[in-house]
Design a protein around this ligand. Structure first.
Ligand SMILES: Nc1ncnc2c1ncn2[C@@H]1O[C@H](COP(=O)(O)OP(=O)(O)OP(=O)(O)O)[C@@H](O)[C@H]1O
Ligand code: SF4
Ligand SMILES: [Mg+2]
Length: 339
C-alpha cells in the first residue's frame, strides 16, 4: 500500500498527547504546586468509519481525552491530527471550522439538554452557531433529524422534560448530527439509561454510523457495552493507554494484566459458565493522578508485578498479534482468561 492510501484511511491520529491540570495554592498569589496528570502521553489512531472503544476505571482520564480532542481544553503537549491538521495548535476561525467536523454526545441527557428550550431549538442550535442554512431550511433539517433518530417530527416544539432518558439521548444525537460531523465522541452515551433502552440507543448509533459513514470514539467503563460496538479497543489506566488491539483479539488474548482483570469482571450471560467465572480482584484503589507510582504505574495493584516493574516504565509497543499494543514487561506471560 502506498503512503497516501494509508494516510487517507486514518481520520484521527493522536500522538504523545498530554493533558495536565495545574494544582494551585494561595488565594491572592496563586502558585502551581503540582499537576493532575489526567492524560499522560497517549498515542493512538482511528480509521475512517471505525469505532474505537475507550475503557478504564472511573478517573482514568477517558473524558479528559474526549474533551481535549474537541479542544474544550488546550493540551499540555502532543498532536491531535485530524486528517493531518493539528487541532492541538489551531485557534480562532480555523479551530471553529474544524470543530464542525467533530461532535460530542455526553453521558447524561438530563444535564446536557437545557430544559428551557424546545427540542427543535436545541437540535438546531449548532446550525445557528455555524451559520448553516436559512430559518426554513433549518426547520426542515430539524424535522428530518428527528425522523432519522426515530422520533416524530411533530415533537419539534416540545420540551426535554416531556421525554424519557432514551428519547433524550436520541435528541442529543440528533443535535450532534445537525452539522454533518464526520467524527463523534460518545462519552458513556448509554450509562445513564435504563438497561431496557440501552440496546436501542446502541443500535441507533450503529445504524447512523453506516448511514453517514461516521467515525466514533466510544467511551465506556463497561466492557460488555464496548464489545458490542467497537472495532478496536483501547484500555486506559491512570492517564495512559496500557493496551490497544482489535476487539476479538483483546477479549481472546489480552496482553496486559489490567485488561485481564477488567475482562474477568464482565458477567457472562450463560449461567453455567457464569458460575465458573474466575474474577480477578485488584488490590487497593486507583492511585491519584497527582502522585503516579514509579516504573509501571499499575505495579501497586498488579498480580504479576516484579522488581523491574517498580523501577522501569514499560514502553507501549507492538506485541505478537495483529496490530496489538501493550505496555507490560511481561506481556508474553499474560495468559487468556480461564473459565
Ligand atoms: N478540569 C479538571 N481539573 C482538574 N482535574 C481534573 C479536571 N478534569 C478531570 N480531572 C481529573 O483528571 C482525572 C481524570 O478524569 P476524567 O474525568 O477524565 O476520568 P474518566 O475516566 O472520564 O472517569 P469517569 O469514568 O468517572 O467518567 C481525575 O483524577 C479527575 O479528577
Ligand atoms: S509491567 Fe509489571 S506491574 Fe506493569 S502490568 Fe506488567 S507485570 Fe504488571
Ligand atoms: Mg468520564
Amino acid at each position: 500500500m502506498t503512503d497516501t492510501l494509508v494516510a487517507s484511511k486514518t481520520l484521527l491520529d493522536i500522538r504523545n498527547l498530554k493533558m495536565y491540570f495545574p494544582l494551585t495554592r494561595g488565594i491572592v498569589f496563586q502558585r502551581t504546586v503540582g499537576y493532575v496528570r489526567a492524560v499522560d502521553d497517549i498515542t493512538f489512531s482511528i480509521e475512517r468509519g471505525q469505532t474505537l472503544g475507550l475503557v478504564g476505571e472511573s478517573g482514568s482520564g477517558k473524558t479528559t481525552i474526549g474533551r481535549t480532542i474537541v479542544r474544550l481544553y488546550k493540551p499540555t503537549s502532543g498532536e491531535i491530527l485530524f486528517e493531518n491538521v493539528d487541532l492541538a495548535t489551531l485557534e480562532g476561525v480555523q479551530l471553529r471550522r474544524m470543530r464542525r467536523r467533530v461532535q460530542m454526545v455526553f453521558q447524561d441527557p438530563y444535564a446536557s439538554l437545557n430544559p428551557r428550550y424546545t427540542i427543535g431549538s436545541l437540535i438546531a442550535e449548532p446550525m445557528h452557531i455555524h451559520h448553516i442554512g436559512t430559518s426554513q431550511q433549518i426547520r426542515e433539517k430539524t424535522e428530518e433529524l428527528l425522523r432519522v433518530v426515530g422520533l416524530r417530527p411533530e415533537y419539534i416544539d416540545r420540551y426535554p422534560h416531556e421525554f424519557s432518558g432514551g428519547q433524550r439521548q436520541r435528541i442529543a444525537v440528533a443535535r450532534a448530527l445537525s452539522i454533518n460531523p464526520e467524527f463523534i465522541i460518545a462519552d458513556e452515551p448509554v450509562s445513564a439509561l435504563d438497561v431496557s433502552v440501552r440496546a436501542q440507543v446502541l443500535n441507533l448509533l450503529q445504524r447512523l454510523q453506516k448511514q453517514f459513514n461516521l467515525t466514533y470514539l466510544f467511551v465506556s467503563h463497561d466492557l460488555s457495552v464496548v464489545r458490542h460496538v467497537a472495532d478496536r479497543i483501547a484500555v486506559m489506566y491512570l492517564g495512559k493507554i496500557v493496551e490497544l488491539a482489535d476487539r476479538d483479539e483483546l477479549y481472546a488474548a489480552p496482553k496486559h494484566p489490567y485488561t485481564k482483570a477488567l475482562l474477568s469482571a464482565v458477567p457472562i450471560p450463560d449461567p453455567k459458565v457464569e458460575r465458573k467465572r474466575h474474577r480477578i480482584i485488584l488490590a487497593g484503589d486507583l492511585p491519584s493522578p497527582i502522585n503516579i507510582p514509579s516504573g509501571c504505574r499499575f505495579h501497586t495493584r498488579c498480580p504479576m508485578a516484579q522488581q523491574i516493574c517498580r523501577e522501569v516504565e514499560p514502553p507501549f509497543e507492538l506485541k505478537e498479534g495483529h496490530e496489538h499494543y501493550s505496555a507490560c514487561h511481561f506481556a508474553a506471560q499474560v495468559t487468556p482468561l480461564t473459565m
